[in-house]
Write a protein that binds this ligand. Sequence first.
Ligand SMILES: Nc1ncnc2c1ncn2[C@@H]1O[C@H](COP(=O)(O)OP(=O)(O)OP(=O)(O)O)[C@@H](O)[C@H]1O
Length: 270
Amino acid sequence: MAERQKKLEIINIHKSFEKGTINENYVLKGVELTLYEGDFVTVIGGNGAGKSTMMNTIAGNYIPDEGNIRINHEDVTYMPTNKRASLIGYVFQDTRMGTASRLSIEENMALANQRGRTRGLRKGVRDEDRAMMKERLEVLGLGLENRLTTEVQFLSGGQRQALTLLMATLQTPQVLLLDEHTAALDPSTSEMVLSLTDKLVREENLTAMMITHNMSDALKYGNRLVMLHQGRIILDVAGEEKENLTITDLMQLFKQRSGEELTNDAMLLG
Ligand SMILES: Nc1ncnc2c1ncn2[C@@H]1O[C@H](COP(=O)(O)OP(=O)(O)OP(=O)(O)O)[C@@H](O)[C@H]1O
């Protein structure tokens, strides 16, 4: 079997905030993680473990104090966020973050289609793009393909997040980052967006990382699960080993590896 391509390498990342001050907060303490093409990794860990900081460092919003980030073999540690945007799809918890409210569905999609291009951005939509947009929107099964000129502000949170997800994957990203992207949705809408995520990741063979507080979602989705605790990865399981895990196993593993109990308010047990 051909060797799987490395898509994302997080190499010995250290990150502190307010370094050298009385408020110094040493958050990431040598994080090491390699994602291979097609990996769908769920990331769990208690509040303040450093999950979002890790993701923001991958995206270039934070520069690490030490260590390197490689995407598709390219060192991007010091590459500006806007340059990295062509490599990364990012979906946030806040359903308003990934789309422009006052622009229509088709205008938003046209912008997403030009992602990573810093020159000559147009919000205008070409006829030939509309057919592609309709086709992609149909996959969502939400009827958005018939509402191309509707302003995004009139969509529900779930519709908007589904659109954001589609936009983040329109120009196939090297890495898709999902930071609790369904946490603000009601349970059934969350499930819809998660199964859509799963479908897109599989069909496009995307490499994805998804932070979640919901342990059953962390077990249900993806081929790999990572547990972060106090800025370090304390568990990394994949394949069959992950498939066979239960929530009870996860809680026991957390206790074993961290020496602490996993509290209900830090994690949703599902
Ligand atoms: N921009 C920042 N400036 C200062 N401190 C920060 C900043 N961003 C994060 N932190 C601190 O870093 C620590 C880790 O935060 P982070 O958001 O990465 O954790 P998390 O694992 O995603 O937690 P949660 O599950 O609660 O979202 C926290 O103590 C947080 O206060």
